[in-house]
Design a protein around this ligand. Structure first.
Ligand code: NAD
Ligand code: 13P
Length: 347
């Protein structure tokens, strides 16, 4: 049989860990070529060296995942077109705001039998309405796109601590099983559900709840308040997902992509961390500033997702049905103080 070739588009914190996971499997599974190509958005580090060259020399992404060997079969490639050309399995894992541009650059330049999976938590809002990133990929590139989401703080998986993840697929169970095979390891347990929208919306919306949880932390309101915010957030996640896609299944919220990802992100994620700092500063320092200072090049998804969500809610006339989602956005842009997260969200 012909072996599959995998390319990972993205090499940030999670992109690098995803490459490491995949590379450990392609070495052992006969149905895949050993080499995993990883597209690197090129940058020059303070030492004057190119990031892609350091990755290939040291086998480490010294900027986004320092101290972790990726596996010798990971090859960093700064040339996007070249990186995707030969692959029939494309793994997309960049911050969501860059995906539209990336799709434009590779349309017509990929194999016509290519299959995709998105690990990206976010959405785009178009004139026609919201567009999930997996739909953007499949519409623009004309290929199928599954998703993989879960309680997956990258730095913990990098040191091989146990976690679970959920693959969401539309119709093709065989392809979903192939993605599970590519990602599953003894410390990364993946299962598949037939609910691509539900899985992707869970991963996307929980980042907004994580911002709310961070505000609660920054205001020193304690665990009970944070749990209340998480509960209300989960309820809004479920209600919004079902309004948008009536096919979304209740059971999806009990998979790793649902309640488990919500919990880990509200306890230990980057969105939570920056939102805590935002509230501690009384909203006087912007998220852009805090992101640049605290995350060293890594990107937040929750602040832009809150804005995108707000556009959808106001366009649909749903603002009042989603007080937590809309209040997070108003706090992020300085129209309400951080303390409004409890005042305006309380049932
Ligand atoms: P990151 O935030 O660590 O890094 C940012 C990346 O964006 C870097 O690779 C950088 O080179 C790249 N970049 C900067 N400017 C760019 C541009 N103009 N065009 C293209 N790329 C550019 O990235 P990440 O953590 O791998 O996040 C990717 C996705 O994975 C996000 O949607 C995130 O929500 C999701 N995710 C992250 C984690 C995690 O723990 N880090 C876990 C699960 C899911
Ligand atoms: P943050 O981007 O908030 O760190 O969340 C990471 C994540 O998605 C964990 O599953």
């Amino acid at each position: 049989a012909v072996k599959s070739r995998v390319t990972v588009v993205g090499s940030g914190n999670w992109g690098s860990v995803a490459s490491k996971l995949i590379a450990s499997n392609t070495l052992n599974l006969h149905s895949f070529h050993d080499e995993v190509r990883m597209w690197v958005f090129e940058e020059i580090l303070p030492t004057g060296e190119k990031l892609s060259e350091i990755i290939n020399r040291t086998n480490e992404n010294v900027k986004y995942l320092p101290g972790i060997k990726l596996g010798k079969n990971v090859v960093a490639d700064p040339d996007l077109e070249n990186a995707v050309r030969d692959a029939n399995m494309l793994v997309f894992v960049t911050p969501h705001q860059f995906m539209e541009g990336i799709c434009k650059r590779i349309v017509g330049k990929i194999r016509n039998d290519a299959e995709a999976i998105s690990l990206i938590k976010g959405m785009e809002v178009k004139k026609e309405g919201p567009c999930m990133i997996s739909s953007l990929i499949s519409d623009q590139l004309g290929i199928n796109c599954c998703v993989l989401m879960g309680a997956n703080i990258a730095n913990e998986i990098a040191v091989e601590k146990f976690s679970e993840a959920t693959v969401g697929y539309r119709k093709n169970k065989e392809m979903a099983d192939k993605w599970v095979q590519l990602f599953n390891t003894s410390y990364f347990m993946v299962s598949a559900v037939q609910d691509v929208e539900g899985v992707e919306l869970c991963g996307t919306l929980k980042n907004v709840v994580a911002i709310a949880a961070g505000f609660v932390d920054g205001l020193d309101m304690g665990n009970n308040t944070k749990a209340a915010i998480m509960r209300i957030g989960l309820r809004e996640m479920k209600a919004f997902s079902k309004l948008l896609f009536p096919s979304v299944k209740d059971t999806t919220f009990f998979e790793s992509c649902g309640v488990a990802d919500l919990i880990t992100t509200c306890l230990g994620g980057r969105n939570r961390k920056c939102a805590e700092a935002f509230a501690r500063n009384g909203g006087k320092r912007s998220f852009d500033e805090l992101e640049a200072e605290m995350l060293q090049g890594q990107k937040l998804q929750g602040v832009s997702t809150a804005k995108e969500l707000y556009e959808v809610l106001s366009h649909q006339g749903w603002l009042e049905r989603f007080p937590l989602f809309s209040t997070v956005h108003k706090i992020c842009i300085g129209h309400l103080p951080p303390a409004a997260i409890v005042e305006y969200t309380k049932p």
